[in-house]
Design a protein around this ligand. Structure first.
Ligand code: SF4
Ligand code: SF4
Length: 245
């Protein structure tokens, strides 16, 4: 959402310290109702975490659980979690007992009913914005638990998600994109590889098959760790996209 943009009626801007009353748990009448008919966009860090939950590789997740779409005029594709054809368009991970990947569920699921956006400012800093989504079907607003957005993010363990999403936002909101940069087909492939197919990216990095990068054994060792690898991938991709030739 851009500052000043029209806000739909069920969304309201929330100041960081502003409180809202909400809680979600197994006893709510609507338990898991919100895990259906979703356009659940996944970030690179979501995919990294879902690998841990499912024990699938990033390539397997991309093949079986993720839909890739690119709208005309958008520089990069978007990645959506698959919904299954069960008459309710349920999330591939929802069960009667709840979310089967709960400990590694995507950031948007953790944040709900909050939405978080970061907007890159002229001076390069990121401004954080929150909105509250008040949807009629969600009974969590009737629960008497009060918190502000910062407490809610902490309780839902969103801080690492925010950290990695902000790193990726620096690419998505790069000045060059604002000025109309259009990536080549090869650069779009690199975007998918580096951010969403991290297992293949690691293999290329460790076998010295990445363009313009020769890693020392110590650097390769660091990339065994998923989070370090993702930060390296963001930095590498940024250079592949925006470095002057
Ligand atoms: S609809 Fe709201 S209260 Fe119900 S399960 Fe989903 S988030 Fe929780
Ligand atoms: S990942 Fe889990 S919390 Fe998110 S929509 Fe699917 S089942 Fe619900």
């Amino acid at each position: 959402m851009t500052p000043g943009a029209h806000v739909p009626p069920h969304l309201s801007r929330l100041d960081r310290q502003e409180t809202f009353t909400f809680s979600c748990h197994r006893e709510v009448r609507c338990f898991t109702d919100c895990c259906r008919m979703l356009e659940l966009a996944l970030t690179p860090y979501d995919v990294l975490r879902l690998r841990k939950a499912t024990r699938l590789t990033s390539g397997q997740l991309l093949e079986s659980h993720i839909i890739i779409e690119q709208d005309a005029g958008e520089p990069f594709p978007r990645f959506y979690l698959t919904m299954v054809d069960d008459g309710r368009a349920s999330c591939v991970f929802v069960t009667k007992q709840g979310c089967s990947v709960y400990g590694h569920r995507p950031g948007a699921c953790r944040a709900y009913p909050l939405g978080r956006a970061v907007i890159r400012q002229e001076n390069g800093t990121m401004e954080e914005l929150f909105v509250l989504m008040r949807e009629d079907h969600c009974k969590g607003f009737q629960e008497p638990i009060s918190q502000n957005s910062l407490h809610y993010c902490r309780d839902q363990e969103l801080l690492p998600y925010n950290r990695f999403n902000d790193a990726v936002a620096a690419i998505l909101q790069h000045d060059s994109i604002r000025k109309g940069f259009v990536p080549s087909a090869k650069q779009i492939d690199l975007f998918v590889l580096a951010l969403y197919n991290i297992d293949s990216f690691r293999e290329l990095a460790q076998n010295d098959q990445l363009d313009a990068v020769a890693l020392t054994p110590a650097e390769k060792n660091c990339l065994v760790q998923d989070e370090e690898l993702l930060l390296f991938a963001v930095d590498w991709l940024s250079r592949q996209l925006f470095a002057p030739f």
